[in-house]
Design a protein around this ligand. Sequence first.
Ligand code: HEM
Length: 497
Amino acid sequence: MLQAFLLLFVAGLLVWGLWGNPRRKNLPPGPPQYPLLGNLPQIIKAHPFGYRAYHKLSQQYGELMHVKVGLQDQIVISSYKALKDLLDKEEISGRMWNGFLVDRSHGKELGMIFSSLPAQKDLKTYVMRALRDYGFNKSDSMEATVREELKHFHGRMSSIAKKNGGLHRMERFFQSSIMSILWVMMAGERYDHDDPNLERLLKINSTWFQSGNFGAGMVVAYPFLRFLFKEWTGYYRIEEGNEMIWGFIREVIEEHRNRKEYKSEPTNFIDHFLHEVDKAGGKSELFTEEQFVIICYDMFQGGFETTSNTLAYGMLYMILNPHIQKKAQEELDKTFEKRQIASIMDKTKVPYTTATMLETLRMSNILPVPGPRKATKDYYYNGYLIPKGFSVALNTYSVMRDTKIFGDDVDTFRPERFIGPDGKLNGLEQYIQMSWGAGRRSCIGDKLAQTTLFMFLTYLLRNFSFHKVENQPDPTTEPIFGMILSPQPFDVIVKER
Ligand code: HEM
């Protein structure tokens, strides 16, 4: 029965692939397409990691490229200029919402990251404004939160330095601190690092991200496969992750409802939203509990895996480049006392350390092809058509590895590229800003991420030093491939300075 169904299905797709989807005029160039497979053969041949395949193919086809990922038409934008020009256009400001993303929000277009509905704009504005009331995106309060976390963090790092000769596994070490910072912004309280629930949640979230990728993942190319081959596509891990994360958020909602504080004077974002839900009394599409579950989901997924993986990469680059670590430490030693916590305003005082942070963002590029946009209307750019309904990939990897911007040694970790002859930052940092996208769908957490990265990096290097484990091969910087790139497991020797 299943075989007959599959046969019919494939035959139907073949007919549709050959005749049902005529090629539009003026599309950007791209590799020739195969029925049903689209450009998957060329993408896979170019590189097993989708984003690197896009980088390679875009060097052949240009800054705007048309590819077909299985059944999905996609325009890939691969230059800084084209990204800058296009990302703030209303016509390119939808977000692709299909396949497993539909399941993530119970078949409804909810939340901030993956919705293209006009209401998304209002929701994003509301969330940013409400979060701001509790410190988000306000420099002083954000720094105060990170500062508080760093005090706890010092204790954790210090006890690591004292045990086992300072040996510690690092690739996931920062997750709980980053989650805790986000949690203060959302729930008004720190999260206990030793909470076993938190540990499980963080782990399951990482697995969720490693289960697929937006570039050329099979469940993106052929969404129906996720139901037929759950094991093979890794979809069962996404389902498991969804259940776990929804459950976690629902428990938090329940807890806040039981406390009843939200009814009178909300003092945190969660209470604020619950207050609005009650006020709306079921008459609003924005203020519903199911909407709120997905907003929290967005905040977790947008917020902590991204920042913590970047920090872990920072550590990895430091142990692989001890001369850079030493140079940054010399600069920090001259500028800050021990245990003094820097402010983001101090960036210009420590240009080399700031350049080290920028180089970490460039090289780790943990979102090389972020969740794709969707064209909501036909749009022409330099004579090329981006048709309504097409997925639009932001190939930031090609920007971060652009030799015309960063020089020939783009694969080398070299903070000096960001420093001018006067010893100050030379302006190349503007390109790194593209790590957070641009326009109305740009990241809401760029300030928080930059503040956290800068404050953590300066504090870590001022107070600790990090070393490779002797007699072990150098850890690789090759990522674990997924929707967000993460470093492979690596060990570090931590010493208190
Ligand atoms: C190193 C850290 C981070 C990186 C590299 C990053 C990167 C990105 C990128 C590339 C996008 C898509 C932008 C676009 O389409 O133009 C995005 C969207 C988003 N990010 Fe981040 N992000 C980071 C941290 C955060 C944090 C800390 C939060 C939350 C506090 C967050 C929440 C979001 C949300 C909600 C969106 C969806 C915005 C929308 O679609 O309108 N991100 N992020």
